[in-house]
Design a binder for this molecule. Structure first.
Ligand code: SAM
Ligand code: SF4
Length: 458
């Protein structure tokens, strides 16, 4: 092995859970090369920036981060690699834009990091590795369960890529065609995670409910939920057109499937939805949600919304506000439209009608104000109640407190010193639009020996 035992790596991750999960896999590959994590980027011999290209801003942030890391490269002779979606999109152009970058690799090339590093270090080459892996031969990197030891919750990748053609979205160009992971592999990874103490798994993919890994997604969810030791299952992200009756049924009769559904709607205007190529109407979206709420009363619904999509007028936007009021989303991620390369909406923005930047910002603020009011009301409704919380560890803002989530995915911090992995009952006495605070009443399910309490961790 060419690397010495003391080399240290630092991975800076931008973007979604898929990127977070990819970064974990990168860390695992690097540990096989005897790399260890660096406490700070200044201590690293190898810096990897795992990028996101979903919006232009994400790319700008990545470039300014790279600029900051340049001086570390100069002082320590650290290597710098760029992975993720910008790498896939820009390929060798990235080496021209950032001449101090040593290598660029796409999401399918994580397993090739050893060969890439060897070429960079030994042959002093700048490397670009962005080939797609043929769908049939794609091997999902298997998570090393040891990296999850002591964690209460973990992501499990069930598919990659996306076969939809939403007109605003760059993902099909950066992550390629949909490939589902065989269900036996998913179940075996879940069992291995449970063995090291994980209690909650989140199945992830760009479009998980179009999963085709040997069984339909609804059955996969059921089988994961029924794995001994699994307390809760979540999944993200889903497309409304794949919200099948079978999936709704699972919510009705499998209590370990957590009562939270992230269902991006994108707009409350049918006219805009057609241009977005989302293939559902607002009415259809509301009907599916109605069935879901019947199947699991109290289920928390969250969403993604884009404002200022080309051609969106005030009436379209009022439709989005009306939909937000009608659904009463628990929370939403809302974004201003950002034109992306090779997407239909990016290419036709002018022709369809560019929404001026100040109008986009003003709409975003109105939407976010409304959502904050709704979120605050929902959270305030929790005050005085007792809720079930899976403890994830110490609270970031105050490590003497514990942090965890309710089944609806509401975040809770509370007084106590309970090990992560425990499930406890917390009495809620305060709320903000995005967090609850309370005090622990009793332990429902203690953690096993692999978990540590907040105080032990500090
Ligand atoms: N697969 C999910 C779905 O179908 O809804 C979404 C995945 S995408 C990575 C996350 C979110 O980014 C989208 O739901 C959308 O709201 C937002 N997004 C994607 N492209 C965008 C763009 N060009 N401008 C602004 N927001 C965008
Ligand atoms: Fe992008 Fe999601 Fe549409 Fe796929 S389904 S193209 S990931 S927005």
């Amino acid at each position: 092995m060419p690397m010495s035992a003391s080399k240290r790596y630092f991975i800076h991750t931008f973007g979604c859970q898929m990127n977070a999960s990819d970064s974990l896999r990168m860390g695992e590959v690097l540990s096989q090369l005897k790399y260890v994590p660096a406490p700070t980027v200044e201590d690293a011999d190898l810096i990897i920036v795992n990028t996101c290209s979903i919006r232009e801003k994400a790319e700008d942030k990545m470039l300014s981060t790279l600029g900051r890391y340049r001086s570390i490269k100069m002082s320590r002779h650290a290597l710098i690699g760029v992975g993720g979606c910008v790498a896939q999109q820009e390929k060798s152009r990235l080496l021209q834009r950032a001449p101090f970058v040593d290598f660029v690799f796409g999401p399918d090339a994580i397993g090739k990091l050893p060969q890439i590093l060897e070429r960079v270090e030994k042959d002093r080459m700048r490397v670009v590795e962005t080939a797609w892996m043929d769908s049939e031969h794609y091997l999902f990197p298997r998570a090393d369960p040891q990296t999850a030891r002591g964690k209460a919750t973990e992501f499990v990748t069930v598919m990659k890529g996306c076969d939809n053609v939403c007109s605003f979205c760059v993902v099909p160009h950066t992550r390629g065609r949909e490939v589902s992971r065989p269900f036996e592999e998913v179940l075996s990874e879940v069992r291995a995670l449970v063995e090291v103490g994980v209690r909650e798994v989140t199945l992830i993919g760009q479009n998980v409910n179009s999963y085709r890994g040997g069984i339909p997604f609804a059955q996969l969810l059921r089988r994961v939920a029924q794995t001994p030791g699994v307390e809760r299952v979540r999944f993200t992200t889903s497309h409304p057109h794949d919200l099948s009756d079978e999936l709704i049924e699972v919510f009705a009769d499998e209590p370990r499937v957590a009562p939270h559904f992230h269902l991006p709607v994108q707009s409350g205007s049918d006219r805009v939805l057609v241009r977005m190529r989302r293939d559902y109407t607002v009415k259809q979206y509301l009907e599916r949600l109605g069935l879901l709420r019947q199947a699991r009363p109290g289920i928390a619904i969250t969403t993604d919304i884009i404002v200022g999509f080309p051609g969106e007028d005030e009436d379209d936007f009022l439709g989005t506000l009306a939909l937000t009021r009608a659904v009463r989303f628990e929370s939403q991620f809302s974004f201003v439209f950002s034109p992306r390369p090779r997407t239909a909406a990016g290419l036709h923005e002018r022709e369809w009608g560019t929404v001026p930047h100040e109008v986009k910002i003003e709409r975003l603020e109105r939407l976010q104000r409304l959502q904050r009011e709704i979120s605050a009301e929902i959270m305030l409704g929790q005050v005085g109640r007792e809720v079930e919380v899976l403890v994830e560890g110490p609270a970031k803002h105050d490590p003497s407190k514990c942090f965890g989530r309710t089944p609806e995915n509401r975040t809770v911090s509370f007084d106590g010193d309970t090990p992560s992995g425990s499930t406890v009952v917390v009495a809620i006495h305060a709320a903000s639009p995005n967090a609850l605070r309370g005090s622990q009443r009793r332990v429902l399910q203690p953690a096993d020996g692999s978990h540590r309490s907040a105080r032990e961790r500090c």
